[in-house]
Design a protein. Structure first.
Length: 393
């Protein structure tokens, strides 16, 4: 094996272990040297898409497709790249060829006018009273609605009954996966208007889900939908748990913070160090109420966490519960915050661990962020958690 092959193999191994910065440095050096092998092109495209560098991702993926024409996984990655970049007609054509008719119909219908059109630049909305995940009052096609804020969801979810009542155009259905596993069939739709305080967002792609039933026992008011990373990724988004306020700003960028990655269509990932033993990626799921961190057995062993095997605990997500053994992490470093003696849960299974071709070591829940100020900037690829724990030295 010659030196470039060895470096490519090393880069692929680093990627598989979630060490994206190191993998990217090696892959970038090989690309600069003129390597255009399909293996390097795939790796480079995936790394660029994780960092939301859409131009780089498209270039690399098209190089890979020249050698592997029609490869379904590469086409799906290219479709996601084009969709994030608002090249909706091109993305719709690929999704249709992949058999994702509902998604193709939805973004195809949005192609002429564009998605997430903003009327206004900023908004500040106070949260509704009540324990559990943060929620705000919004207007959905002019109708008042209660919407949860949840980074663990991609496109905005709307309760199916509310969608019918407010005239949401339905574009087809397909099976989707929430982080807890298969969630069944959802319908795709287009919401004409979502108003959050002084900010109106027009032409919002949505998915219809029975949110009122899913959250019936969790909050003291009906949950009409969920705002997730689909909207947050378009704006500088701040979830301020100290003042219980959502702030959205179309013109602001984060200039310092920790890396923030976006996997697949809905999964924000942050780098973490656990107990000064394990460096890993964690899925940032602010909608997972009732726990600060949840780990599969593989991560718990490597991080040497303390587990209470004689007890059980429960966390709550979208349409699911997490039944697990309580555990304690002596130290968690993530999103620019160091927190100690963190209560968490040991999961029997973790569906996301190897879903994307690299290892995700667990999830970071609302218990980690819910006393601080969480800032998300998917354009800059940065996250920052202030006002809780200790800042990194």
């Amino acid at each position: 094996m010659d030196a470039p092959d060895r470096r490519l193999k090393t880069a692929a191994e680093l990627y598989a272990n979630g060490r994206f910065a190191d993998a990217g440095a090696l892959a970038g050096a090989l690309w600069q040297e003129g390597d255009r092998s399909p293996e390097l092109a795939i790796l480079s495209g995936e790394l660029a898409l994780l960092r939301n560098r859409l131009g780089e991702a498209e270039t690399a993926l098209r190089v890979a497709l020249q050698a592997l024409e029609g490869h379904p996984r590469l086409l799906a990655l290219l479709a996601e790249t084009l969709r994030r970049g608002d090249r909706l007609a091109e993305a719709a054509e690929i999704y249709r060829g992949l058999g994702r008719t509902g998604m193709a119909n939805k973004i195809g219908a949005l192609a002429t006018c564009g998605a997430y059109r903003l009327a206004g630049k900023q908004s500040e909305v106070r949260w509704l009273d009540g324990a559990g995940p943060p929620a705000v009052s919004a207007r959905v096609n002019g109708r008042e609605a209660n919407l949860i804020l949840n980074t663990g969801v991609g496109e905005t979810l709307l309760d199916a009954a509310l969608a019918r009542e407010t005239g949401v155009a339905v574009q087809g259905a397909e099976r989707i996966h929430f982080p807890s596993g298969l969630a069944g069939i959802v319908e795709h739709g287009i919401l004409e208007s979502l108003r959050l305080g002084g900010l109106e967002v027009e032409s919002v792609p949505v998915q219809l889900h029975e949110t009122r039933a899913a959250f019936a026992d969790l909050l003291p008011f009906p949950v009409d939908g969920v705002i997730g990373t689909g909207l947050f990724s378009r704006l500088h988004s701040t979830l301020d748990y100290q003042t219980r306020t959502l702030r959205l700003d179309a013109g602001r960028r984060l200039h310092d913070g920790e890396p923030l990655y976006l996997a697949g269509e809905q999964y924000p990932l942050v780098e973490a160090r656990l107990n000064d033993r394990l460096d890993t990626l964690l899925f940032l799921d602010t909608g997972m109420s009732g726990t600060a961190i949840a780990l599969p057995l593989s991560s718990a062993r490597l991080a040497e966490v303390d587990v209470a095997l004689d007890a059980r605990g429960t966390g709550y997500g979208v349409g699911s519960t997490l039944d697990a053994h309580p555990m304690r992490c002596r130290e968690v470093r993530a999103a620019g915050s160091i927190q100690r003696n963190i209560e968490g849960m040991l999961m029997a299974t973790f569906a996301l661990e190897r879903r994307f071709g690299f290892r995700i070591g667990g999830l970071l829940g609302d218990g980690f962020v819910n006393r601080g100020v969480l800032e998300l900037d998917f354009v800059a690829g940065l996250v920052r958690l202030r006002g809780v724990g200790a800042p990194p030295v």
